[in-house]
Design a protein around this ligand. Sequence first.
Ligand code: AMP
Length: 389
Amino acid sequence: MSTSVLVINCGSSSIKYALVSDLRENRIYGIAENLNSADARIKGITFGGQPLELSIPYADHSQALETILNRLSHYKPQAIGHRVVHGGSLTKAELLTPEIIEKIREATPLAPLHNPAHLIGIEATLKLFPELPQVAVFDTAFHQTMPEHAYRYALPKFLYTEHNVRRYGFHGTSHAYVTDRASELAGDFRKGGWLCAHLGNGSSTCAVWNGESIDTSMGLTPLEGIVMGTRSGDVDPSLHSFLASNLGWDIEKIDNMLNKESGLLGLSNLSNDMRTLVEASQAGNEDATLAIEVFSYRLAKSLAALSCGLPTINGLAFTGGIGENSAYIREKTLAYLPHFSFKLDKALNNNLARGSEGRIDQGEGPQIWVIPTDEEGRIAQETRAVVDA
Ligand code: AMP
């Protein structure tokens, strides 16, 4: 059996965890949520697929991690892999040392909501399990292969050289896993050009050439790019001064609106949840219909734009909650890409079972795949590679 790795994804008030060993079906996983409140609890799946629900009132990150690890004690992990959103200039997964922790701290201005929470988790697990090797796996690392013409903004140079203002990209573990898997299933592992659409509450696109990211839709932060659940994606950068001058909004209000009140939620004025919007649209809600149309069109436009970096296109892979489950959005998106020779097989698209991977094209033109993402599996794989090196 391969090394079992505990994968931890620490947020400000929650910790997602997964014990990754051999088969994906045997995975133990869950979430500790509402930390530091009376309502703090752990919910998940434990040994033998049994559901777990445990109240841990007022538990902090450290106490929640201790509870999680105690419950896994007869199946102790041999290593811990931490998901870290922003690795700054770090280009690959790294064993956690004081120097690497300092680099994660230095990247905090670039991910002010995420990196401080990851650091809390890292410090807690290092104290609790000093004997276990621990690795940080960065969302940004996969995109460090982007060429400079893809990652630089057309801004004054000093903002890049002195303040690290550049495009980083996110969802790297997902894009890496999904395009590796798609190219493997296509029989040409890490060869040729792949487009990837990770469509969840956060969404991004990526172009991959011979297994390396060459461009992606997210930038300095995860706000750039395509329409998301509550995030706007690309807007005219002058929107900020327009709102400040005309509505008197300050930067915090604008930032909040763009991150939390926009996207599918803002357009539909109803929900950030694609399932709700598809149902509402079918019932005649015009705002929901428009939100779906903007989402699909902007997604197609982003894929078309990213294709500029690929000498050829072997295929396109859909993933994330929407990409994996919505045949309707996949079909709509492809309909907005009429010049790419994609030939969707509508029956295969509509009949693909929930949660399964499958090819949904007619067997000619670039391949089209649905690949359920496995960020935890990829983090565990990268953690093992670092530990075994
Ligand atoms: P994620 O962040 O990857 O968990 O994805 C969450 C998104 O997936 C939400 O917008 C859900 O509405 C969406 N989703 C899940 N199942 C479906 C479905 N069958 N049809 C459309 N959207 C779905």
